[in-house]
Design a protein around this ligand. Structure first.
Ligand SMILES: [Cu+2]
Length: 300
């Protein structure tokens, strides 16, 4: 399943022919909003004046975009309908225009309609919504596993398929930023994964609840002490994708970013060999367990 599946489904099934003209207008309006959003939305990191979700770099995020757009169309249609009905009531049935009010209290057809139509709208939303949930939560067969552990206030990573090594990933302090490194998002040790491979992430925490979230991959999953949560992504474009801890976890919650570098398969193979040397077995987790506070950035 991909974004287009949901997209086609939306544009062909939920609008009945009688509503098509009106919906065309609504769709155009929502499309303008959507396009404006796309123009302002960065991929992999937020951008100035961004008004939409970050750009998609995984099949899940593409589906989230489609679903979001589908909901936007429905919302705009409902708002317009209600606004028009209210305007009609205000102008046509005010005291001046309609001095002798009707004494009607029931209209079976209208009562059935205003019950059935909202139910149909909710069903139309539920179907793609459940499809998207299954896409996110039903893990495909993984080609690489990365174990992520949240700490107050940084992340550490292990690559269980590739031998016993792990490393910590700390935010780069503002004074140390290199050109091109985004403030509050860049880290010293990035996670590196190959492009187009299905990456399973196993997420846990060593202290309090954190949350692993990378908007452009459509991933957000809690890191809970004593529990191993799983999610997945398949990065479709090379580049660096940033995320942030998304569960209030203490005073430096805002300063424990995630940075994932997506590279070609060959570059990944080279990196993994280097990483095995650089982050020798067990070094990072052992240090963390021995003295958590030793890991805090010097500036704090
Ligand atoms: Cu956190």
């Amino acid at each position: 399943m991909n974004g287009r599946t949901i997209g086609n489904w939306t544009s062909h099934n939920w609008i009945n022919p009688a509503m098509r003209a009106g919906a065309g207008f609504v769709g155009a309006a929502a499309g303008v909003l959507g396009l404006a959003g796309t123009a302002f939305a960065g991929t992999g990191q937020p951008s100035p004046w961004q008004i939409n979700l970050q750009g998609a770099a995984s099949p899940v995020m593409e589906s989230i975009h489609s679903f979001h757009f589908f909901l936007l169309v429905i919302i705009v249609a409902v708002v317009l309908l209600v606004a028009v009905l209210m305007a009609v009531v205000a102008f046509k049935f005010n005291e001046k225009a309609n001095p002798v009010p009707s004494r009607t209290t029931h209209n079976t057809l209208i009562e059935v309609l205003w019950t059935v139509v909202p139910v149909l709208i909710l069903v139309a939303i539920a179907i793609p919504s459940f499809r998207l949930l299954f896409l996110q939560l039903d893990l495909p067969k993984a080609e690489l596993t990365v174990k992520v552990t949240g700490h107050q206030w940084y992340w550490s990573y292990e690559y269980p398929d590739n031998g016993p090594f792990g490393f910590d990933s700390m935010m780069v302090q503002e004074a140390d930023l290199q050109p091109g490194q985004p403030r509050l998002l860049a880290v010293d040790n990035e996670v590196v994964v190959p492009v187009n491979k299905i990456v399973r992430i196993q997420v846990t925490s060593s202290d309090v609840i954190h949350s692993f979230a990378v908007p452009s991959f459509g991933v957000k999953i809690d890191a809970l002490p004593g529990r191993l949560n799983e999610s997945w992504f398949q990065a479709t474009k090379e580049g660096v994708y940033y995320g942030q801890c998304s569960e209030l976890c203490g005073k430096d919650h805002a300063f424990m970013p995630l940075a994932i570098r997506v590279v070609s398969e060959a570059d990944f193979a080279t990196w993994i060999e280097e990483a095995k040397q650089k982050f020798a077995a067990g070094e990072a987790p052992a240090r963390v367990a021995a003295n958590e506070n030793a890991q805090l950035p010097a500036a704090r």
